[in-house]
Design a protein around this ligand. Sequence first.
Ligand SMILES: Cc1cc2nc3c(=O)[nH]c(=O)nc-3n(C[C@H](O)[C@H](O)[C@H](O)COP(=O)(O)O)c2cc1C
Length: 445
Amino acid sequence: MAEKHHLILTLIIHGAGSHKQAWRALPDRDAFLSLDHYLEVARIAHRGTFDALWLPDIPMTISPPEHTPYHSVDPTLLMTAIAAQVPDIGVVPTISTTYSHPFTTARNIATLDVLSDGRAGINAIMSYADRAAQNYGDSDAIPYDQRQRRANEFLEVYRQLGESWTLSDGGPWRDQGLLFDPALRREINYKGEFYQVRGPLNVPQARTGRPLLSIAGGSEQSLDLAARHADILYAALVHKGAARDLVRDLHTRVQKYGRRPGSLKVMPGLVPVIGSTEEEARRKLEKLALEGGYATDPVQRISDLLGYDPATLHPDRPLTEEQLRLPASWKRPVGLFHSVADVARRDNLSVRELARVFQLDIGHRLVVGTPESVAEQMLDWWRDDASHGFAIRAQYLPEDATLLADEVIPILRKAGAFPEGYRKESLRERFGAHDDAPERAALAG
Ligand SMILES: Cc1cc2nc3c(=O)[nH]c(=O)nc-3n(C[C@H](O)[C@H](O)[C@H](O)COP(=O)(O)O)c2cc1C
């Protein structure tokens, strides 16, 4: 049996932190605009040997003036600035497959990858918000199926461009006074429903191979998209049973696309709340939920999460079978709905109990406790094949990054689950991502 790959950890950087009031904790209130702030966070993450930094994105303003601004600075530019100053760690900006062009993205990311010695990746998303659509000339978000078809084409073009120019170290062309082998640079001549791209890309692929590719989502279509294209699925998963089922599902789903079982890894979002005692951690959670303005009334909380009229919910009853089914009117990420519905269904929770599980985050797993107990909760899923790692949604930055790097990660290391340091390897190798180019070529041929 193959050796189990180490637990993978990425740190999500949401400006001053994912908590709405995170900006208040920093002496520099404009930290979300400060390269020094991001570099401090990145250096702490590097000290903890996090595998990568992850940057979510929505191309619009989503925060009122009293909240930490989310999705402000451009993720690819910020990641480039970080990669120039912080070694080793992976840099993974989020890219909208709805509103970016695959040629521009392939060029940006190939540039970041070659200049950072193979440390780049993307987290591909499909933009669902009407307000984002309105920044690109549309009146509403593109319909779901069309967004998914566009994403599929985007990722196909992105991959083909990434492979359209590769370098080799020697050959007869050297003696002819050529800088590179012209046979390894070719047009792709892609013509699809959304894109027509001639190629080749004007940046060659890094010698370390293609950049890492993650997809965020949880719908059937997103799982299929990830099974076809991605190395990582960034998912919202709270119920361990649901997470295990998903890992198993993807194991077989990838084979439909000629890929090896295990070539798509699952990274659920994780919200750690760490205290020096269990009691302190619990008090911290209550404070975070209160200050974040999350509804303390369970009916209101579940109504906020699932979009139901509060009058249809009873605090001490479970949701009905019909309420657990995705409403046709649902516009937000399907994965977030499923995450809440899965816990409610599998554990038969009342609205009140369910609201406690989701008191701080919109659909991701909350782990509360001492460094030992937080580490154990992470190890529990990793050991039982419920996830390959976690995308950490730090509430306060750099504070939570410090707690993780200095107090939680040493425990993961002691357990033999996390590496001591960085090796000289590409980000794909660090994630254990399999290079399936030969299999794809065989399939195409
Ligand atoms: C875990 C997770 C993270 C996501 N991150 C982002 C993001 O940073 N920006 C964004 O615009 N959409 C984000 N999305 C939304 C999805 O990319 C989008 O809704 C798409 O339709 C696929 O998600 P779904 O399959 O869950 O519907 C995220 C969705 C999930 C489940």
